[in-house]
Design a protein around this ligand. Structure first.
Ligand SMILES: [Zn+2]
Length: 313
């Protein structure tokens, strides 16, 4: 059932069958919860999701190290090897090219792609969906940042519970129950965002990179990303001018900086326009500077800063 790890264990144990510990991954060990599934998640939100669904029946590791900006991260040989050894590789296609390559080469049918259940229906051109919202997006780039919409996270959670159940039928009821619990928490979070952002003086959200399209879409905000769909430490002069013009034109009072890239760009734009700098975390990885220790805390911190920056009552 736990075929990937089973194969690896079989190889590692060949010729040393008498040694204690061999075969522990198949159910009798105490090293990983109840000796359950090994799950390699490509970056933080999927790691968190994996932990919620697996519960005590699996061990989740992140391929992208903590505190690293994931978009352009190149996996190390050890991280590539992890995609070959894990029972399940949870990833998001067309988000991290290095992960896509490793999954294509190593993971086979053990790969779980969150893109399908997340229903990535936002398309961008030039990093800005809102400027092309005239039905001509057909050739745009798909926005990967689904985790800022709690209900899309819940949908991915349900699909992941099914995938874990297929790999480990014995615990199907637990995975299904964990997904239901998660959906309940995420539904509550969705309600907090909807209520918290219902009455705001400004609906224009100026961000570092365009990571908040699904959030804007879910709660009736309009995102203006200074960079495109990926962070850029040195946006073009045109991008900076576009941002300052947008802020002045729409009376925007806040510019949101990120946690995994330098705040210099947001600070420059804020200084030129008199806007305030607040934090809107793309939640692409945790650092010591993060305003919380898990997905739910970071979402709550984002909501608090959004309510300040958008002047919500
Ligand atoms: Zn991003």
């Amino acid at each position: 059932m736990v075929s990937g790890r089973g194969r690896a264990s079989a190889l590692a144990c060949a010729g040393v069958l008498a040694l204690a510990g061999c075969g522990a991954a198949n159910g009798s060990g105490s090293d990983t919860a109840d000796g359950g599934l090994t799950i390699a998640a490509s970056f933080y939100p999927l790691q968190w999701l994996g932990e919620q669904i697996a519960g005590t029946h699996g061990t989740v590791t992140s391929l992208t190290p903590p505190g690293v900006e994931p978009h352009e991260y190149e996996l190390t040989p050890g991280e590539v090897a992890a995609t070959a050894e894990a029972d399940i590789v949870v990833y998001l296609s067309a988000y991290q090219p290095s992960v896509d390559a490793a999954v294509d080469e190593q993971a086979g049918d053990r790969a779980f792609d969150a893109a399908g259940p997340a229903d990535l229906d936002l398309l961008y051109q030039d990093g800005h969906a809102e400027e092309h919202a005239d039905g001509t997006h057909a050739e745009g780039v798909r926005d990967p940042h689904f985790w800022h919409d709690p209900m899309r996270m819940a949908d991915v959670g349900d699909a992941l519970a099914e995938a874990l159940s297929r790999a480990d039928e014995a615990h199907r009821a637990d995975y299904t129950a964990n997904a239901a619990d998660l959906r309940e928490q995420l539904t509550a979070l969705n309600g907090e965002f909807r209520d918290g952002l219902a009455r705001c003086a400004s609906r224009d959200v100026v961000t570092g990179h365009s990571a908040f399209g699904y959030l804007a879409d879910a709660y009736g905000l309009r995102q203006f990303g200074i960079s495109g769909l990926a962070p850029d430490e040195e946006p073009s002069p045109g991008a900076l001018t576009g941002a300052t013009d947008f802020i002045r034109e729409h009376g925007v009072r806040a510019v949101y900086a990120e946690t995994l890239v330098s705040p210099a760009v947001a600070e420059t734009v804020a200084r030129e326009t008199g806007a305030q700098v607040l934090i809107l975390d793309p939640i692409e990885g945790l650092t010591d500077a993060s305003q919380g220790t898990d997905y739910l805390e970071l979402m709550h911190a984002n909501l608090a800063d959004l309510r300040t920056g958008q002047q919500c009552s």
